[in-house]
Ligand binder design. Sequence first.
Ligand code: MG
Length: 357
Amino acid sequence: MHIYSFRRFLISQIFLLLSPCILYAQMGAQWRVHDLNRPQPPIVTPPTQFLPITAPSDAVVLFSGQDDITKWVGMNGQPTKWVCKEDYFECVKGSGYIKTKQSFGDVQLHVEWMAPTPATGQSQGRGNSGVFLMGRYEVQVLDSYNNITYPDGQAAAVYGQYPPAVNAARPAGEWQAYDIVFHRPRFNNLGQLTKKARMTVFHNGVLVQDNVTLWGETDWKKYRVYKNHPDKLPLSLQDHGNPVRYRNIWIRELEEIPLNPASAITPKVTLSTEALQKYVGTYKKEEKGEHQIFIEDDTLWILAHGSRRFELIPQSNELFSARFTAIEVKFIFGENGIPAALDYTFTGYTHRATRSD
Ligand code: MG
């Protein structure tokens, strides 16, 4: 074998040997549910926060300490056995999950919680509870301070799906905060999924879930797909057998933001290029400066203050609106039927400019 072709042969053999490793490395970006081989999120000391963080005025307060546990019931709708003490309430083993009486869809949610002290148990058995958006999508509550568990099941994980980006846990016995932005999944009239749910989570002020897309409902050991459900459902908290405490829970309902909020003005009248010709000219402001009106691509434009140009869309013979910017230009006609001046309106202020050509 020629030396060059032998080298090529050798390289190809090495590549063949390595290819399963390359394939494995690529697959490494994905993990099975509760995979312990998944990298542990790096530990981050969270910033000092002065908890409780009080509710903004438009929030629905779900627990403030003053109001007992009246906004929550057991999953069967009956009063819960979770106990209310001072400014917090506490899970009672075996009493079951609790849920809000009110239902919610897209929300901003603030929850403060504390894992029991002294820290006992390990992995999933230590300070376990959970915040279930719509009763289906869990942000895990767990004592994750010096407590190794499968990464997609530690504190602030979207349970079984996304570990937190970092571990920002505080020790048991200290209050911790979750700030969650949740966008519910969308289903069409036939109950088919049209949009998956998304979640952003701050744990103790640290971003740990960055607008992640949920692939379905969260569950223990299970990969679940979406099931059709109402647009609003109660928020629930998990009884996992540990006396986890909660306080200062408030929620803000979010308006759906349209995909592209930019709007453009459309013409209300049609003016030919010849008809537009009569507006063309220089209009001088009373104080300083001028506006140029000109035609380009069969459209009327204004060069305002000699710097910025705006496409003018006719709303009538007199009134033109800038296509994308909230500017109105109203022409004042002389007796000869030709514009003699214009009124330029922007952010509530109008100034007049008089034709000078
Ligand atoms: Mg849990």
